[in-house]
Design a protein around this ligand. Sequence first.
Ligand code: AMP
Length: 248
Amino acid sequence: MMPKQDRTAWLKGGDARCAVPPRKPLGKPWHLVLLGAPGVGKGTQAELLSERLACCHLSTGDIFRAAKCFDEKDQTPAIQSALGCMKRGDLVPDTTVLQLVGERPRCLRCSGGFLLDGFPRTVAQAGALEELLKREEVGLTAVFNYELPLEKIVARISGRRVCSKCKAVFHVETKRSQVEGICDQCGGALVQREDDRPEAVEVRMKAYLENTRPLIEFYQKRGLLITVDAEGSPEEIYKRTRLLALGR
Ligand code: AMP
């Protein structure tokens, strides 16, 4: 497996730079957006796609999770309030999210390409992304929209466990670690994400239906949407995605 790209510039923002240059894609760099309800398996597909297509995995949720580890004195009031939203499962306000993404234009024009996961999440964010990309003279290659019935989504979320150190994702039934509660990759403790608790999941699902689902129509109108059935193993879903994206 290729080592994960260095995402320092994305996670830290400001003047931070990635120490390792991006991998060179085989053809044109990919500029992708992933859509889908919480728990649909987007994060796993993001890992596979970014590794195999050599594009950088840019997740706004990861920016907030990284900020959680900063000293409190390094957390701006906007970040502290964002972490509160995240804990409840609520969306972080557009202004905060757009400020963070707007401070990272370098990642959008990176020669390795990108895969946006968890952004945009509202029509306002999608409009702002369109403007940002226009300014950077970058066009989206495709928007993958992963679809799965609700009961399967609930099963995936309730069993999901994440490594507290390297963030690798496991599942208590479908992707068990070799030793229960311990990450296969780095030996870190596996935990349930705070926002995977049932009360937070309900809030996240409502936020998805109200705010993010309208993006399907937004990208359909622009001829960018590719809807992918998210049933099956990660590998099956990946292959389905690649087949649907042939020629892009
Ligand atoms: P994720 O890892 O993408 O599921 O994001 C985790 C949480 O971070 C979400 O439930 C939101 O609270 C917050 N978040 C991440 N990205 C965004 C975004 N683009 N807009 C609003 N809130 C976001």
